[in-house]
Design a protein around this ligand. Structure first.
Ligand SMILES: [Zn+2]
Length: 245
């Protein structure tokens, strides 16, 4: 490899609901990282955008996988519909995600069932094992972590690290660069964070983009400059490369 610092790029919330946005995000990333793109796929976004076997969207997932993109399971419904048993988890879920932390309040049994069902769907579509599991909004409750440890999943990540759930080995650390657009203050602070972090001396720098990002030209410009700065001094890589390192 020409340089030991890595760049890991991912597209969140890949769903038939956001097909147009995902295409635009792919076009943004590809000139910088080629096919080294992690697709974080939601099997049935909010319970109303199911990915169906043999549908045209399933065909697109298979094509991306054939092209070398990594296919991650990203929750099942994405939305957090469970009742949390602890107040702190409930507040954390609401404050951080506006209710998108699906795996924050699930029991081990429910988390395991959703992981198994989502995984089977994606693996039936692509004919390959999933690259890993990433919880919506990077939020894992106790049940989710216990289910993951037993699920034979190669990789997971949260906002601060990438790890191997089977043995809890840490594979990468450092915050993900990501953008927010729900409120003006969050949008502005995400622009500042991206500008600072893209030059940070992090060994494996992660950049995660979301469908709503493409609706804001200022975010698109920030994504482009972040990718262009980061790819100048880093080797685009796949998450799976962390396991081989
Ligand atoms: Zn998501």
């Amino acid at each position: 490899m020409p340089c030991s610092r890595l760049l890991l790029a991912s597209i969140h919330d890949v769903s038939p609901r956001f097909e147009g946005e995902v295409d635009r995000l792919t076009d943004l990333l590809r000139p910088h990282v080629g096919n080294r793109i992690a697709m974080l796929v939601v099997p049935n976004h909010w319970g109303s955008a199911p990915i169906v076997l043999n549908s045209s969207f399933a065909g697109r997932l298979r094509e991306w996988s054939n092209e070398g993109f990594e296919i991650f399971l990203h929750g099942f419904y994405h939305r957090d519909a469970s009742r949390h048993d602890s107040l702190s988890n409930s507040l954390r879920g609401k404050l951080m995600t506006a209710g998108e932390g699906e795996f924050l309040g699930l029991s081990k049994r429910e988390a395991a069932a959703r992981i198994a069902e989502g995984r089977k769907l994606l693996e039936d579509i692509t004919g390959r094992g999933i690259a890993g599991f990433i919880a919506p909004a990077w939020l894992y409750g106790k049940g989710a972590l216990e289910a993951l440890a037993n699920a034979d999943i190669p990789l997971a990540e949260d906002h601060f690290r990438v790890w191997s759930p089977a043995n809890d080995a840490q594979l990468a650390r450092g915050p993900v660069i990501t953008w927010a657009s729900r409120t003006r203050p969050r949008l502005l602070s995400s622009l500042m964070a991206a500008a600072a972090l893209r030059r940070a001396p992090i060994k494996a720098l992660r950049i995660g983009v979301h469908p709503p990002d493409v609706r804001h030209p200022v975010l698109v410009r920030s994504i482009q400059s972040t990718l262009s700065v980061a790819s100048r001094t880093r080797t685009p890589a796949r998450y799976g490369d962390l396991l081989a390192a």
